[in-house]
Design a binder for this molecule. Structure first.
Ligand code: ARG
Length: 420
């Protein structure tokens, strides 16, 4: 059945079915329903202030919009059966069903261009606050885990070669620092997202007396955008979020890689609980760290969304182009992926047992105290380069003898330097 379009007047032939499906975004932008209604309620108030709506009209529109939201909360599938092309058309249709033609006045001076930019900012701002909470929970889990194992030691690595012994807690809190920087990145992006595009119209503003500052305040934005063309063309705030997400995921991926290695039989530093591991359909002995492997892999997927968005934006002529509709699926997927990975990592920390003896054993072999030996010589006035050379030879000797440095007799040391 032919559906009523938002812009039918100019068109004489019907839309091709395949094109209609190709063009539609309702199946994914329905995620913005709440934000769209929130924006529309504020816009109805702005139209009231502008003298387009009477107070009574405004009241009807507002309660109609709330009813649409309520109906969708009760029955989230209501929207799925709609033939509207996107969430904005859906809300207008659903409102029209409730309050009749008055609903059609709501779009006065507004375009879906400023509408969708506003919706997406409202939506993402809320999601960012939720993500920060999840990050905080993970940080607390990490700090607790570090505190619980405060005195365990393990080899610190460079080039994946045993380098110097470090506290396990010190190692864990290195990732804590990375996550704190990620949280800072998230907070910094809030400043730029906190700007209201509504009232910019399609691209050049509007002839109606929309008080844009009041509208921005009403929606709890720090300010109204200054340039109407930029307001509808800009998706930098999506890039900001995707960059934050990609960096966070890259950190979680590195962390996962470490833990996967440490959980292997070769390292045996940690043991993942059965509850967060899975088995093999063929090899009965296997217990695989799938949770961590998935976190590691999903970093690639989120980075893919960043690259995709940057590529969509590059070369776009001013101002709005339908290309911008492609901003959503990657963003929504990145949000969900980040949320799930933060939660998964938190559960991982609640389900790891560490093997401090194995870690210590490993930190005690491989001459990780060689630097300390060189420093001993330096303390006795040997230049560091020379000390480095002497200790290098001592390490070779010790390994010939199959001994640790602390096991080798003092006369062996004396044969390399009279200082000993
Ligand atoms: N679904 C569209 C999007 O997500 C809404 C804006 C459409 N605007 C337009 N002028 N066709 O970008």
């Amino acid at each position: 059945m032919a559906r009523k379009k938002l812009w039918g007047g100019r068109f004489s032939s019907e839309q091709d079915d395949f094109f209609a499906k190709f063009n539609d975004s309702l199946s994914f932008d329905r995620e913005l329903l709440e934000a769209d209604i929130e924006g529309s309620i504020a816009y109805a108030r702005a139209l009231d202030r502008a003298g387009v709506f009477s107070a009574k009209d405004r009241g009807k529109v507002e309660s109609g919009l709330r009813a649409v939201l309520e109906q969708n909360r009760r029955n989230p599938n209501a929207i799925a059966s709609s033939s509207a092309e996107d969430v904005h058309s859906y809300v207008e249709e659903a409102l029209t069903e409730r309050i009749g033609s008055l609903a059609l006045k709501l779009h006065t001076g507004r375009s879906r261009n400023d509408q969708v930019a506003t919706d997406l900012r409202l939506y993402l701002r809320r999601k960012e606050a939720e993500i920060e909470k999840k990050m905080n929970r993970l940080l607390i889990a990490l700090a607790d885990f570090a505190e619980k194992n405060i005195s365990a030691m393990l080899p610190g690595y460079t080039h994946l070669q045993r380098a110097q012994p470090v506290l396990f807690s010190h190692y864990l809190l290195a990732y804590g620092e990375m996550l704190l920087r990620d949280r800072q990145r998230l907070r910094e992006s809030l400043e730029r997202i906190d700007v209201c595009p509504l009232g910019s119209g399609a691209l050049s503003g509007t002839v109606y007396k929309i008080d844009r500052n009041a509208l921005a305040r009403d929606l709890n934005f720090a300010a109204a955008s200054l340039n109407s063309m930029d307001a509808v063309a800009d998706r930098d705030f999506v890039l900001d979020f995707l960059f934050f997400s990609s960096t966070l995921m890259m950190h979680l991926s590195r962390f996962s890689e470490d833990l996967i290695l440490y959980n292997s039989a070769e390292f045996s530093f940690i043991q993942l609980d059965d509850s967060i591991a899975s088995g093999s359909s063929l090899m009965p002995q296997k217990k695989n760290p799938d949770a961590l492997e998935l976190v590691r892999a999903k970093a690639g997927r989120v980075l893919g969304h960043l690259v995709a968005m940057m590529t969509v934006l590059k070369g776009l002529p001013m101002t709005y182009n339908k290309d911008l509709q492609e901003d959503k699926q990657g963003l929504f997927d990145a949000i969900l992926t980040v949320e799930n990975c933060l939660e998964m990592m938190r559960r991982v920390f609640a389900n790891i047992r560490i093997c401090p003896e194995r870690m210590l054993e490993s930190a005690a072999t491989g001459y990780l105290n060689a630097t300390e030996l060189a420093d001993y010589l330096v303390a006795k006035k040997t230049p560091f380069r020379e000390a480095h050379e002497i200790v290098g030879k001592i390490v070779v000797r010790a390994s010939e003898l199959g001994m640790r440095l602390e096991e080798m007799p003092i006369r062996e040391y004396q044969s390399f330097s009279p200082i000993f």
